[in-house]
Design a binder for this molecule. Structure first.
Ligand SMILES: [Zn+2]
Length: 65
């Protein structure tokens, strides 16, 4: 899928349970099942399956501990 911040097609993966919890807290959304994270190292930008730019400004998942 296309990554808005990378400017290219990149691998994306579904969020983990912990990442979903973080995003729900961050956005106030009840459901974040539609989101995917860019797998390119250092990116971690979020998009949905049909919207490459759902947040303005963009939201990136925090780096794991
Ligand atoms: Zn990216």
């Amino acid at each position: 899928m296309y990554c808005y911040t990378c400017g290219s097609d990149e691998q994306h993966r579904p969020l983990t349970a912990a990442e979903k919890a973080w995003l729900k807290n961050r956005t106030g959304r009840k459901s974040v099942e539609e989101f995917f994270m860019c797998s390119k190292p250092g990116c971690r930008n979020l998009r949905t399956g049909f919207n490459q730019h759902p947040f303005d400004p963009v939201i990136r998942l925090p780096q794991p501990d």
